[in-house]
Design a protein around this ligand. Structure first.
Ligand code: B12
Length: 208
C-alpha cells in the first residue's frame, strides 16, 4: 500500500477501503504527517473535481466522511510525534460556515506539533469564541472560513475580543480558500496562512 493508494481511494470514493488503507500505512510505520498530507492532497483533488462539475455535493459529503474516518484512526498517533509543550490555541470555523476538513487537518498538525488545542467546532458564534479565550487564556486564535459569505465574521470576532478588552492578549490567524493576507488584515486578523503546514509555522512564530 502506498500513499498514492490513499489518494486514489479518496478520489474514487472507495469508502469501504479507507480505514484499512490508513491502518496498513500505520502498520508500515509511515509517518503520520505524510498520511495526513496524502489525505489533504486527495481532498484537494476531490475539490477540483467538484469545481469541474465532475463531482456533486453528495460526492463531497462522502469524501468528507472518508477524511473523518481516516482522522479518527490517526488521532491517537498524533500526540506521540512531538512531546506536548502545552501552548494553548483555540481553533474554530466561523459562524455561518460548516466546512471543517481544513480546520481538522490544521488541528491534527497542531496536536502533532505539541499544541494544546481547544476545538470549538464549526459555525461558531463570536460570543462562544470570546468565552473560550477567557476561560483558557489561549494566546492564539485560529479561524477557518471557506465561504465568501462568512469571511466578514472574522471582523465580528475581532470586535468582540476588543469589546471584552482581550484583543491585546490574543493573536488571530486565519485561513481558508477565499482569503489572502491583505484581506485577512483588513478583517482584523494578525496573520494568514494558505495551508495547514505554513499555518503551524506561522502559529509558532505568533507564540514567539
Ligand atoms: C468539501 C466541500 C464541502 C463539504 C464540506 C464537508 C466538511 N465537513 O467540511 C460540503 C458538501 C458539506 C459543502 C457544503 C457547502 N459548500 Co463547500 N466546498 C467543499 C470543497 C469542495 C472542498 C473544501 C475542502 O474540504 N478542501 C480540502 C481542505 C483540506 O482544504 P481547505 O478547506 O482549503 O483547507 C486548507 C487551507 O485552506 C488551510 N486552512 C483552512 N482553514 C484554515 C484556518 C487556519 C487558521 C489556517 C492557518 C489554515 C487553514 O489549511 C487547510 C489544509 O491545508 C470546496 C471547494 C474547494 N476547492 O475548496 C467547496 C466550497 C468551499 N463550498 C462552497 C459552497 C458554496 C458550499 C455550500 C454553500 C454549497 C451549497 N450549495 O449548499 C455549502 C455551505 C455549507 C455551510 N454553511 O458551510 C464554495 C464556496 C464559495 C465561496 N467562495 O463562498 C466552494 C469554494 C465551492 C465552489 N467553488 O463553489 N462543501
Amino acid at each position: 500500500m502506498t500513499l498514492k493508494n490513499i489518494i486514489d481511494i479518496l478520489i474514487n470514493l472507495k469508502i469501504e477501503e479507507i480505514e484499512n488503507a490508513v491502518m496498513s500505512e500505520l502498520d508500515n510505520d509511515t509517518n503520520v504527517q505524510d498520511i495526513m498530507n496524502a489525505l489533504t492532497q486527495g481532498m484537494y483533488s476531490v475539490g477540483e473535481l467538484y469545481e469541474k462539475r465532475e463531482f456533486y455535493l453528495s460526492e463531497l459529503v462522502v469524501a468528507a466522511e472518508m477524511i473523518k474516518m481516516a482522522m479518527k484512526i490517526l488521532e491517537p498517533h498524533l500526540n506521540s510525534v512531538v512531546k506536548g509543550h502545552g501552548k494553548k490555541i483555540v481553533v474554530t470555523t466561523v459562524r455561518g460556515d460548516t466546512h471543517d476538513i481544513g480546520k481538522n487537518i490544521l488541528i491534527n498538525m497542531l496536536k502533532s506539533s505539541g499544541f494544546d488545542v481547544i476545538d470549538l467546532g464549526v459555525d461558531c458564534p463570536a460570543e462562544k469564541i470570546v468565552n473560550a479565550i477567557k476561560k483558557s487564556g489561549a494566546m492564539v486564535l485560529a479561524l477557518s472560513s471557506l465561504l465568501t459569505m462568512s469571511m466578514e465574521e472574522i471582523s465580528v470576532v475581532d470586535k468582540a475580543l476588543k469589546d471584552e478588552g482581550l484583543r491585546d492578549q490574543v493573536k488571530i490567524i486565519v485561513g481558508g480558500a477565499p482569503l489572502n493576507l491583505k484581506f485577512a488584515k483588513k478583517l482584523g486578523a494578525d496573520a494568514y496562512a494558505e495551508d495547514a503546514v505554513s499555518g503551524v509555522r506561522k502559529i509558532m512564530e505568533l507564540f514567539d
